[in-house]
Design a protein around this ligand. Structure first.
Ligand code: DGL
Length: 260
């Protein structure tokens, strides 16, 4: 099925989702994007399913009020914890594209039975075990090792890249992947592509960013047009901070503050 409405709502707790927006724009420069970073409630990874449901529902209602018909969950945590329920409730009004479910197949491409793949993710994503569930549907002989990387999101949002305690935390998590001989590490939180250059300097292994697989899935259900697209940015708190933290992926000029 292809969709007529060219508006695409993209949501995340903050600037992480921009790593997905970048891939969407690469494949579909003709679309009108509305990106919302729920910076007021960031980080999502330490929140309960009830809280995540409430935050995400409000964002969906916001997008619907803007006549958006397609929404991309540029967030592993919401894809893992609240996608099923919200898709059930909103599926007749909008098309929702979740991250993990769209990327699991590509994530294990080229891996063999008994190989270990490591999932770096937020606590909520780890607790959901969603990557394991989705990967097991395709190949249940791949070992999936979840690593709770609580704290990484704050490094990105607060731009603490050079802080010694940030590097210590990153080293501690990479050590787990190394000790378990992981063949590949999934960047299972959309904030982590901001850190991948640091990761690579510390531990040179294959890193998988699920964003491009998700962008492929979205593209396949949209119509191609030749028009010029647009991007509008929204944040629920501190738009100025959003602009600074976004720098690695986007030169954002204007961010509208929204109260949901
Ligand atoms: N970037 C989101 C994810 O992919 C949310 C991270 C957070 O706010 O904890 O999970």
């Amino acid at each position: 099925m292809t969709l007529d409405n060219e508006k695409i709502g993209v949501l995340d707790s903050g600037v992480g989702g921009l790593s997905v927006l970048k891939e969407l724009i690469k494949l579909m420069p003709d679309k009108d994007y509305l990106f919302l970073g729920d910076t007021k409630n960031m980080p999502y990874g330490t929140k309960t399913p009830e809280q995540l449901y409430s935050f995400t529902k409000k964002i969906l209602d916001f997008f619907i009020s803007k006549d958006v018909k397609n929404v991309v969950f540029a967030c592993n945590t919401t894809s893992a914890v609240v996608y099923d329920k919200l898709n059930f409730e909103y599926g007749s009004k909008i098309k929702i594209f979740p991250l993990i479910q769209s990327a699991a197949k590509s994530a294990i491409e080229g891996l063999k039975d008994d190989d270990t793949i490591c999932v770096f993710a937020t606590r909520a994503t780890v607790n959901s075990n969603k990557y394991f569930t989705e990967i097991a549907k395709i190949n249940d002989k791949i070992n999936v090792l979840n690593v709770d990387c609580t704290g990484f999101v704050e490094i990105v949002e607060k731009r603490l890249y050079n802080d010694p305690s940030s590097i210590d935390l990153i080293k501690e998590k990479l050590k787990i992947a190394k000790e378990n001989c992981a063949k590949r590490i999934i960047l299972g939180c959309t904030h982590y592509p901001y850190l991948v250059d640091i990761f690579k300097k510390i531990y040179d292994v294959e890193y998988f960013n699920p964003a491009s697989a998700l962008a492929d899935v979205v593209k396949n259900s949209m119509k191609n047009t030749s028009k010029t697209g647009s991007i509008q940015f929204f944040a629920t708190k501190s738009p100025k901070d959003f602009i600074l933290s976004a720098k690695m992926f986007f030169d954002v000029e204007k961010v509208e503050l929204v109260e949901l």
